[in-house]
Design a protein around this ligand. Structure first.
Ligand code: IPE
Ligand code: IPE
Ligand code: MG
Length: 254
C-alpha cells in the first residue's frame, strides 16, 4: 500500500550503520533559554522542555545500544546565573532523577555523575546519590551527568591527586604518561567521546571534557535543545558515520 511505502522510505532514511555506532556520545545541551524566549515564555519553561528531550535522547541511546552517554547539564560557570534560575534548575533536576529512576532500572542504565557534586543543594544531591546507588549494578549503558562540572577543574583535580602520589613516594614524575594521567580523571574507565554534539549553534566547548575530546568528532546543530529529538539525534549519528577519523594518520585515500 502507498502508506506502507512512505513509511518504509522514512525508516530507510533513518537507517544507521549498526556496525559503526559511536561507543560514547557526549552532548552540550544548550538553548533552553532561547527556546522559551522565542515563544515569549520564561526561561525555566525551556528547562522543563529540555528535561523531556533528555528523556527522549537517553531512550534513543539505549535503543541503539550505545554504551556511554554523557550530558552536560550544569557547568561550574552556571553558578553565576540568577539564584532563581539556579533554584528552578536544581529542583527540576531532583524531580527528574526521582521520576526516571524506575525507567533506568528497567532498562539496565547506570547513572553516574562528574563534577563538584558537593556543591549541589542537599535535596538534589540526595536524589542523585539515591538514583546512582539504585542503578549501580546495571551495565547495559552508563548515563553520566556533568553537574557543577568544569573541564579545567577536572584536570586540576587529577593533577593534584598525582602530585599527592609523588609527594608520598608512590609515583615518580618520570612515570607520568597520558595513560597514567587519565587514571586520575573523574571516571577512569570512561572511553573518550567519539561524537560530541552541541545544540543551538554555538561554536565553543564551554569547558566541557577538555582532556577527553582530543579526537572527538564535533557536530554542531542550530536546533535548540528542547527541539532535539530522536530524528535529529539519528541525523547527527549518520553524519558521524560519514566522517573519516584519521587520528593524525594519513587517510584511507592515501
Ligand atoms: C542550556 O540552556 C541549559 C543549561 C546551561 C543549564 P541555556 O539555559 O544555556 O539556554 P540559552 O543558551 O540561554 O538559550
Ligand atoms: C554550556 O552551556 C553548559 C551546559 C550546557 C550545561 P552555556 O549556555 O552555559 O554555555 P555558554 O555560556 O554559552 O558558553
Ligand atoms: Mg546557553
Amino acid at each position: 500500500k502507498g502508506d506502507h511505502g512512505i513509511l518504509t522510505a522514512m525508516v530507510g532514511m533513518d537507517e544507521l550503520d549498526r556496525s559503526n555506532l559511536p561507543r560514547h556520545v557526549a552532548i552540550i545541551m544548550d538553548g533552553n533559554g532561547r527556546w522559551a524566549k522565542r515563544r515569549g515564555l520564561k526561561r525555566v519553561l525551556g528547562h522543563h522542555k529540555g528535561a523531556d528531550a533528555v528523556h527522549e535522547i537517553v531512550t534513543a541511546t539505549r535503543d541503539l545500544g550505545i554504551p556511554w552517554l554523557t550530558l552536560y547539564a550544569f557547568s561550574e560557570e552556571n553558578w553565576q546565573r540568577p539564584q532563581q534560575e539556579i533554584q528552578a534548575l536544581m529542583g527540576l533536576l531532583g524531580r527528574f532523577l526521582k521520576k526516571e529512576r524506575q525507567e533506568m532500572l528497567d532498562n539496565g542504565i547506570r547513572l553516574s555523575a562528574i563534577g563538584r557534586i558537593d556543591k549541589l543543594p542537599e535535596t538534589t544531591r540526595r536524589e542523585l546519590l539515591e538514583t546512582m546507588s539504585a542503578t549501580s549494578v546495571n551495565h547495559d549503558m552508563v548515563l553520566t551527568l556533568a553537574l557543577s562540572y568544569g573541564g579545567r577543574q577536572e584536570i586540576v583535580d587529577a593533577a593534584r591527586a598525582l602530585a599527592l602520589q609523588v609527594q608520598s613516594g608512590s609515583l615518580r614524575p618520570e612515570d607520568f604518561t597520558e595513560e597514567v594521567f587519565s587514571r586520575f580523571l573523574y571516571i577512569p574507565a570512561m572511553p573518550d567521546p567519539d561524537l560530541l554534539i552541541r545544540t543551538s549553534g554555538e561554536y565553543r566547548i564551554s569547558n566541557f571534557l577538555l582532556w577527553q575530546i582530543a579526537y572527538s568528532e564535533l557536530y554542531i546543530t542550530p536546533i535548540l535543545w528542547p527541539d532535539f529529538d530522536r530524528r535529529e539525534y539519528h541525523r547527527a549519528i549518520r553524519e558521524y558515520q560519514q566522517r573519516e577519523r584519521r587520528f593524525g594518520n594519513t587517510g584511507a585515500a592515501g
